[in-house]
Design a protein around this ligand. Structure first.
Ligand code: SAH
Length: 372
């Protein structure tokens, strides 16, 4: 007995989708020329195609007016620009925009565009979920599902760039969305290469921040690169006992090894490091913690970025009082540490830390299917 007709069509179109060539992935893998040649076109068409997608922010082949019509039709048949769809697009009063991105296999990630004066900063994800297990973080509550591909990481950048009006450009990137970027470094780097290269997004590497829980072998890999990204290390505790409690992956690593790798990165790159410290009431915000932290960081040309805990529904942690925050700051500053408090933007749209994805999963927010 044959299958119902509609199922056959569905299977056919699924096969068609699976056979599609993913252009963004081709771009980050530097394989576009090859593909264009296979489609019977000269090499320079690859440059034109890349320009349309990366710089001119166009996402339909019809708009690529300097490509021959027959080639555009061929592209439409055999290639796709986006592998993802936008499941939800939220805008906050302060101009922060957040995309909940649905991947081809159903996984969901978040990415954010923040507007601050002239700055247009995007925050992107590197994995679906996270395996690091930081106890206060929403992204890791369900563990890690998979690494994002280089194309999927780059796609977030391009999608967010499309939210800007013509004439505005992205100025900064922080890899602080879902996931541990250095656990997926081999896919992250090609995507960041596109961000930092002149014929890519042209964002200077020092305006691109990789935020990591601190994986020494991967930090060492960064030390060997020619491109000098800004490194932010999520410390969250001044001693191993407390850090292992807050950041379980610390158990097999330890603070010292992370500091050694980070110091080495500073030596070879000359880039001042940032240490991040999420302030959790009564857990890591006490005067003795501030004192230990000052001792640990003293002498390092580093910036301490303190982030008062952003509450995650269902988790038992609390944001320290303004007084406790002030006390923490004063102790560190009295020891000569440069401290900056980061107050999160876009809280009202849950633009922080894997929250939108969880909300939509648990409360089944309907998909709004913005144009893809
Ligand atoms: N895995 C990377 C990127 C994570 S997100 C890392 O660990 O650095 C970027 C920063 O947001 C990290 O410092 C992370 O600890 C912090 N963060 C996560 N959840 C938070 C929350 N609920 N409140 C405040 N900061 C949080």
């Amino acid at each position: 007995m044959g299958r119902p007709f509609s199922l056959e069509i569905a299977i056919g179109s699924l096969r068609q989708t699976l056979l599609m060539i993913d252009l963004v992935e081709q771009i980050v893998r530097h394989q576009l020329e090859e593909t264009v040649k296979e489609l019977g076109q000269p090499k320079f068409r690859a440059k034109q195609l890349r320009e349309w997608i990366v710089q001119k922010r166009v996402d339909s082949f019809e708009e690529m007016t300097n490509l021959p019509k027959a080639f555009r039709e061929k592209l439409a048949e055999s290639c796709r620009i986006w592998t993802t769809t936008i499941a939800k697009h939220t805008t906050a009063d302060d101009g922060t925009e957040k995309l909940l991105v649905q991947l081809h296999d159903g996984g969901r990630i978040e990415c954010v565009l923040l507007r601050d004066g002239d700055r247009r900063t995007i925050c992107i994800s590197s994995q679906v979920g996270c395996a690091m297990g930081c106890v206060f973080c929403a992204s890791g509550l369900d563990g890690v599902e998979r690494n994002l591909t280089a194309g999927e990481i780059a796609e977030q950048m391009l999608r967010l760039q499309m939210l800007l009006p013509e004439g505005e450009r992205l100025s900064h990137i922080v890899v602080m969305g879902m996931g541990e970027p250095l656990a997926n470094i081999d896919r992250l780097l090609p995507a960041l290469d596109l961000a930092s290269s002149e014929d890519g997004l042209g964002i200077s590497a020092r305006r691109i921040t990789i935020s990591t829980v601190g994986l020494p072998p991967a930090i060492d890999k960064l030390s060997k690169l020619d491109t000098r990204y800004h490194l932010a290390v999520s410390l969250h505790a001044p001693n191993d006992e407390l850090r292992t409690q807050i950041v379980p992956v610390n158990k097999t690593i330890g603070i010292q090894k992370i500091l050694d790798a980070a110091d080495h990165y500073f030596e070879v790159s000359g880039r001042r490091l940032t240490f991040e410290y999420v302030l959790l009431s009564e857990l890591n915000d006490r005067p003795e913690h501030a004192q230990q932290l000052a001792k640990l960081l003293k002498g390092r040309p580093a910036l301490l970025n303190v982030i008062p805990y952003n509450p995650v529904p269902g988790l038992p942690y609390e944001t320290p009082t303004v007084q406790a925050q002030q006390r923490f700051r004063e102790i560190l500053e009295s020891h000569g540490i440069t401290v900056k408090f980061r107050h999160r933007k876009g809280d009202k749209i849950n633009a922080a830390c894997g929250q939108l994805r969880r909300l939509s999963k648990e409360n089944l927010v309907p998909l709004e299917g913005m144009s893809s």
